[in-house]
Design a protein around this ligand. Structure first.
Ligand code: TYM
Length: 330
């Protein structure tokens, strides 16, 4: 039977090369073989304050960008999370079954707590994984393409789904993460032991934003931090900068790490960087062109509306089943 696949991206910050390689690339590759859903996680975006006008624009930017990256609405139900009310409702019901201890062990919460102490953290950040669980369980999704940083959330989704099934009888399918072999964690080019993050400022030299001017992107690649050894091979521990560059090259050219190592065995770092810069140009420019065509077209709204209606058909059925199981549908 065809499996259901789902993934989402928050409309906060700017879409990075890491977001593309970690999740969207795989989604696009697999969308035709699955019953596919992809959404803009605008409710998740509310866990940290952003100006409402900025959120609105980012939702549309991201929608146009998804389509430009190859999300095909003929095969995929493509929508905005808050357009389908069932996400919020199921998120609330799932939160009731979740333990504070489980939530406070999540990396995102823990690292914020270490930085600023728990008193000042919004509840949204703590309960965020329960909404994410609802996003997935609502559609009985079994395949969830994500980057490494989301693995913990998918594991928690399984736990919460299983807990519900045990208490109330089989209701949800349990998902598996689909994490790419290469590029599950693209690192910051200036600080290759830290994740490339979309909350980085636009002038961050270590972060590649897909919609940025291509000349700036090329400069960022050319100034990426490496090491003094001048030998090109993959070793994340001892050569994090070079390994990150190899991962990027491998992901955008669909070559294996071994193939890339073979190609550059007698080359210097400058040659590797130049090759990556020109491959990125080849890869990014058509995306930017398609993005510009979608961004201000009425078609964008039509696609999102249609996607939300389709998604709602599944979501409302599932929520009804959940309410019946809980005894709150008389
Ligand atoms: P978000 O918006 O932070 O990131 C979107 C996707 O990009 C991946 N990613 C990366 N992959 C590789 N290298 C990186 N440097 C990198 N940075 C980000 C993330 O792992 C993610 O797959 N909670 C999610 C959104 C979400 C979701 C869901 C995803 C909400 N509900 C249900 C899947 C299913 C998030 O904040 O992703």
């Amino acid at each position: 039977m065809t499996k259901t696949m789902i993934t989402g991206v928050q409309p906060s910050g700017n879409f990075t090369l890491g977001n593309y390689i970690g999740a969207i690339k795989n989604f696009v590759k697999l969308q035709k073989e699955h019953n596919s859903f992809i959404f803009i996680a605008d409710l998740h975006g509310l866990t940290s304050y952003q100006k409402p006008e900025d959120i609105k624009n980012r939702i549309l930017d991201l929608a146009a960008l998804y389509l430009a990256c190859g999300v095909d609405p003929n095969y995929t139900n493509f929508f905005v999370q808050s357009d389908v009310n069932e996400h919020g409702t199921l998120g609330f019901l799932i939160a009731f079954q979740c333990r504070v201890g489980e939530l406070s062990r999540m990396t995102q919460y823990k690292s914020k707590k270490e930085k600023q102490g728990k008193e000042g953290i919004d509840l949204g950040l703590l309960i965020y994984p329960t909404l994410m669980a609802a996003d997935i369980l609502l559609y009985d999704a079994e395949v969830v393409p994500v980057g490494m940083d989301q693995k913990q959330h998918i594991e928690m989704t399984r736990d919460l789904g299983e807990r519900f099934n045990k208490r109330y009888g089989s209701t949800f399918k349990l998902p598996d993460y689909y994490i790419p072999e290469v590029g599950a964690k693209i690192m910051n080019l200036q600080n290759p032991t830290e994740k490339m993050s979309k909350s980085a400022p636009i002038d961050d030299k270590g972060t590649i934003f897909i919609l940025d001017d291509i000349n700036i992107t090329k400069k960022k690649i050319m100034s990426a931090v490496t090491d003094n050894d001048n030998k090109i091979y993959f070793d994340e521990e001892n050569k994090p900068g070079i390994s990150n560059l190899i991962s990027i090259y491998s992901a955008i050219t669909n070559k294996t790490i071994k193939e890339v190592e073979g190609m550059f065995v007698d080359q210097n770092y400058g040659t590797l960087k130049k090759e990556i810069a020109s491959e990125l140009e080849r890869f990014i420019l058509p995306i930017q062109e398609r993005y510009n065509n979608y961004r201000y077209s009425d078609n964008l709204y039509k696609i999102l509306n249609k996607g939300a209606k389709e998604a709602e058909k599944y979501a409302s059925k599932k929520l009804l089943e959940v309410r019946e199981k809980l005894g709150i549908k008389y």
